[in-house]
Design a protein around this ligand. Structure first.
Ligand code: ISL
Length: 564
């Protein structure tokens, strides 16, 4: 069963277009900017580009609120630009994966406009409309049809005066949830997906795809202590018909097409048991899922606005469990960051004195797991979190809503709220890619829509692309190794030293080839005994220090040895 899936040896690069590169000087990244950087991506060596949404959108959630699935927002360019991007990627041997956001649309999508027009609208049932809770004054707190909390603060219900009913929105009130129970909705989505695949795109990253199936009862969830609305997700995470829907999507969209397309599902709160089912090739649902366990370990009470310390032993236990759980059936996606997460080097490494070493160590450890690695734009440069100067510098609806609720709503101290949002807010990942040390970091000739990190003077692509010991060059080497060595793509995985507080250690094996991977997650030297002294003589495949290393590790050291 080894070596049969092309994506085992592939590396995916995520572009968040608004922050990638601006070609027309309006301060917002666009498709022209991506097209201008195709050689950069080719030089890095990635196989697939995942492009965050560029469809027509009011931009309430930076494009994750779509008002036309079959057009490009003028902010980003045109369909002709997208065709040019597809061609440019294909010419260079890369694929394009689009973001598929079909749990919800924008409230400005014509489907929703029709749905909200009247209770008799033929599209009424395309979204989730419910009457107010009996015995409550419609539109007042407590009259919501159930007690669920929105991801973006407040309830998931918005009252619509015109028809006296509420509609459901798990995210912003400008992102009403589609009703996947309705077969017309599903048919419309599959037709749209087929249209894109016919146009030449190579697959989809499916936004919150495990929320598509909801129990139509939409009952109250168990209350969350200290919160006005419930944060329990059991009413919509991996609901009763989710596997059926994904199998239907496969039949209607993918089954009759040539192999080589990518289907990756973003799945907050997915369990390992469910992930095995979603990614078992025999079930024909998805190739892999993004799970969230390892990026929630530093939340207290599961609340990202209450950041806590991360223990390496917890990180290893979590990732190790996913490695063994998907060893025989299914497949892992591997990521440290994306546009919703803070910068990897700031979160898991040291973004001060050891920034370059720790960025490389993190890359090496992640990419040598079994699974398909994802690089989030700028990660390959070791870009860091941003020290935002105040709430005015923020742009993300999630953090803005939270700040308003916590300060004006709950009366918390603004200074404390700002301190609490600093480490994990999504704007950390959304500052522009740092291309050079010039104005606006070479991102734009205009005024960027969000602040540029001042550390662009030191951390930028111009400095790194041709420098052999750069973070960028290290990523290039890791990508090349995955392409060349079957043991990286398909070898099995064994975690070592699970109780070590600072060292991440594992082996990979395929036939006679065996890798030993060691990463020091600390700024202190570490003694390492993996119980097999033979490793000391094995060839060093890759390391982040120059000179020959021992099995003991220097601060943030990474080594990978190969024996055959
Ligand atoms: O970042 C999060 C909140 O802390 C996540 O819970 C995030 O909202 C969740 O992973 C879903 O993300 C996806 O759908 C959202 C969109 O805002 C995110 O950017 C997208 O990745 C709604 O479409």
């Amino acid at each position: 069963a080894l070596g049969q899936h092309w994506f085992h040896s592939a590396v995916v690069y995520q572009i968040y277009p608004r922050s990638f590169a601006d070609s027309n000087g309006d301060g917002v990244g666009d498709l022209g900017g991506v097209i201008n950087r195709l050689d950069y991506l080719g030089h890095l060596g990635v196989d697939v580009v995942w492009l965050s949404p560029v469809y027509r959108s009011p931009q309430d959630d930076n494009g994750y609120d779509i008002s036309d699935y079959q057009d490009i927002d003028p902010l980003f360019g045109s369909l002709a630009d997208l065709d040019e991007l597809i061609a440019g990627l294909h010419e260079r041997g890369m694929k394009l994966v689009m973001d598929l956001v079909v749990n919800h649309t924008s409230d400005e999508h014509p489907w929703f406009a029709e749905s909200r027009a009247s209770k008799e609208s033929p599209k009424r049932d395309w979204y989730w409309w419910r009457p107010p809770r009996p015995g409550h004054e419609p539109g007042t707190p407590g009259a919501e049809p159930n007690n669920w909390a929105s991801f973006f603060s407040g309830p998931v219900w918005e009252f619509d005066e015109a028809t006296g009913e509420y509609y459901l929105h798990l995210f912003s009130k400008k992102q009403p949830d589609l009703n996947w129970e309705n077969p017309e909705v599903r048919r419309a989505v599959y037709a749209m997906m087929n249209w894109w695949l016919d146009r030449g795109v190579d697959g989809f990253r499916m936004d919150v795809v495990n929320f598509l199936s909801k129990d139509p009862a939409l009952g109250d969830a168990p209350a969350t202590e200290g919160q006005p609305y419930s944060h329990d997700r059991s009413g919509y995470v991996c609901g009763p018909r989710i596997h059926e829907f994904l199998q239907e999507m496969h039949r209607e969209v993918f089954a009759s097409r040539a192999p080589g397309l990518l289907k990756v599902g973003e799945m907050p709160s997915v369990t390992l048991e469910d992930a095995v089912l979603f990614t078992d090739p025999a079930r024909a649902e998805l190739d892999m899922v993004f799970q969230f366990e390892h990026v929630n370990l530093d939340h207290l009470d599961g609340n990202k606005w209450r950041p806590g310390a991360l223990r390496l032993t917890d990180l290893k236990a979590s990732l190790g469990r996913w490695q063994s759980g998907l060893a025989d059936r299914g497949w892992n996606s591997l990521y440290w960051g994306n546009h919703d997460q803070p910068r990897a080097v700031s979160r898991f490494g040291d973004d001060g004195a050891y920034r370059e070493l720790s960025a490389k160590m993190l890359a090496g450890v992640l990419h040598l797991h079994r699974g398909t690695p994802y690089i989030y734009q700028g990660e390959e440069l070791g870009m860091t979190n941003m020290a935002f100067t105040g709430i005015d510098a923020h742009r993300d609806i999630e953090v803005l809503n939270h700040y308003r609720e916590a300060t004006s709503g709950l009366g918390l101290d603004p200074i404390e709220v700002l301190a609490a949002i600093a480490p994990l807010n999504r704007d950390n990942a959304r500052t522009p890619v740092q291309w050079d040390a010039g104005p606006a970091a070479g991102f734009s000739t205009g005024t960027p829509w969000i602040v540029v990190n001042p550390n662009a003077v030191e951390i930028n692509a111009a400095d790194q692309v041709d420098r052999e010991d750069s973070v960028f060059s290290f990523y290039r080497q890791l990508i090349r190794l995955r392409h060349e060595l079957p043991v990286i793509a398909d070898g099995d995985f064994t975690m070592l030293l699970p109780n070590h507080e600072a060292v991440y250690a594992f082996t990979r094996r395929l036939g006679a080839a065996e890798l030993l991977v060691l990463g020091n997650f600390s700024g202190d030297p570490q003694q390492v005994d993996v119980g097999d002294p033979g490793w000391a003589d094995a060839d060093l495949l890759l390391g982040n220090y120059s000179g020959s290393p021992s099995l003991d590790l220097r601060p943030w050291e990474f080594t990978c040895r190969l024996r055959t």
